[in-house]
Design a binder for this molecule. Structure first.
Ligand SMILES: [Zn+2]
Length: 174
């Protein structure tokens, strides 16, 4: 039996080498459970509606919604740990299924069209304030996330919309 406590030696990712980063929206299993309950993580009843125009940033499939999609705005915590830095806030999700491409090696182009704030967290689940980075639209979001994850003190990077502060994605070393 191999000793699973010994991780293999691996160099830190190089800038721009996105093969070592995984981007995630929200877990489809967790989402299905919440949708089935009819109540979001903030205790609010879930009220689906038809998205007439499209263009909502979906967190279940890391893509923008299409006209006619059934969606809902729900309170959600993207954090997989407990602690004072764990937050719950509004996200938009499909309510009747979707491609569920919630994990990707790079963010799709439309993510780079909106200004973002990158908020890195350390292994102790607190914000690394000195590394919080505003990223302007079109300036290379994937590379900016990769550069933060090169730093050994960064465990996770949460992307949030600048204006609303809403959760957009989380990135970790793959
Ligand atoms: Zn979706």
């Amino acid at each position: 039996m191999s000793d699973s406590r010994q991780p293999p030696a691996r160099p830190w990712p190089k800038l721009g080498d996105m093969t070592n980063v995984i981007f995630e929206g929200i877990e489809p299993t967790d989402l299905r459970e919440v949708l089935a309950s009819g109540v979001d993580q903030g205790g609010n009843p879930i009220q689906p509606f038809i998205d007439a125009d499209g263009g909502w940033p979906m967190r279940c499939c890391l893509a923008d919604s299409l006209p006619g999609d059934e969606v809902a705005i729900i309170a959600w915590s993207p954090f997989r740990w407990q602690g004072p830095y764990r937050e719950t806030g509004p996200i938009v999700v499909h309510t009747n299924g979707c491609s569920s491409t919630w994990q990707a090696a790079a963010l799709p182009e439309e993510f780079d069209q909106r200004p973002m704030i990158l908020r890195p967290y350390g292994a102790e689940h607190s914000i690394l304030y000195e590394l919080v980075s505003p990223i302007s639209a079109g300036s290379g979001l994937n590379a900016a996330v990769g550069a933060l994850l090169e730093r050994p003190e960064v465990a996770e990077v949460y992307g949030r919309n600048v204006r609303g502060g809403c959760f957009a994605f989380v990135a970790r070393r793959a």
